[in-house]
Design a protein around this ligand. Structure first.
Ligand code: ADP
Ligand code: MG
Length: 257
């Protein structure tokens, strides 16, 4: 952990809903630089919605959400909040890598092209340079030997590792993972978690929504339990898991452990 650095995420009483139905009911959540923060909680509790708010894909309707030093969606200028333009949203999102349950790779491109694509088209990296860097990122996730393969020639675990390499190629300051191993066959889960563990060891700031309790215990610096659109409890993973304070947390843990 990078003590003294400004927090990467400070959510204070964050509220959000879809068409009048409230989904986030006042989320308080902080992530320090270099921390791995894991989020667990029942389906429908707002975990994915919260991640989408973090990278500006959903609007925050109340409270304050500061990510990478910015109030997401607004800039304070002349004493007033000015909403971001689409260009400002895009520039902000470039700093945040996102990995989903479904890998969403481009089916007609090789692993290497999938990884090099963002840097070339979004960052303007020269193609040769982007391919060299993409190869390094594929190597980082253990897939240098598979760079030429199309997604359908790779296992689910390998595809997810390509998706992680693709996110890393944009040099993000924050990585968000939304149940990255939930769609994988059980025997492929560990290779993805190992890559994530490596990233954590390198000091990447990460928020990981997961049902992998052992990963949260071993790799997480913090663990937050979401239910009904709020953080019910939060703390060091070992402490939360060994002695949850709330009945909701106990009930959830006994259902997944
Ligand atoms: P989780 O990731 O914890 O399972 P979600 O954030 O996906 O929870 O969903 C929280 C609630 O918001 C659920 O009740 C879900 O049905 C609802 N929801 C999610 N996305 C949408 C959407 N695009 N439109 C309307 N309701 C949505
Ligand atoms: Mg979800």
């Amino acid at each position: 952990m990078n003590a003294g650095a400004a927090p990467v995420v400070v959510a204070t009483d964050v509220r959000m809903g879809y068409g009048g139905v409230q989904v986030l009911n006042g989320v308080d959540f902080t992530v320090a630089s270099g921390e791995v923060s894991c989020i667990i909680g029942p389906s429908g509790s707002g975990k994915s919605t919260f991640l989408r708010c973090l990278n500006g894909l959903e609007p925050v309707l109340g409270g304050s959400l500061r990510v990478l030093g910015e109030e997401v969606g607004h800039t304070l200028r002349d004493g007033r909040y000015h909403p971001w333009t689409p260009k400002q949203f895009a520039a902000f999102r470039r700093n945040i890598g996102m990995v989903f349950q479904r890998f969403n790779l481009f089916a007609h491109q090789s692993a290497l092209e999938n990884v090099a694509c963002g840097p070339v088209h979004v960052l303007g990296t020269p193609p040769d340079r982007a391919r060299t860097l993409a190869m390094e990122h594929l190597d980082r996730v253990g897939l240098a030997d598979h760079a030429h393969k199309r997604p359908h020639q790779l296992s689910g675990g390998q595809q997810q590792r390509v998706a992680i390499a693709r996110a890393l190629a944009m040099n993000p300051a924050l990585m968000l993972f939304d149940e990255p191993t939930s769609a994988l066959d059980p025997e492929l889960v560990d290779e993805v978690l190992e890559v994530m563990k490596g990233l954590a060891a390198e000091g990447m700031t990460m928020i990981v929504v997961t049902h992998e309790i052992a990963f949260a215990r071993e790799v997480g610096d913090r663990l937050a339990f979401f239910a009904d659109g709020v953080v019910v409890e939060e703390g060091r993973p070992r402490e939360v898991l060994a002695a949850p304070e709330h009945e909701r947390t106990r009930a959830f843990l006994s259902s997944v452990l």
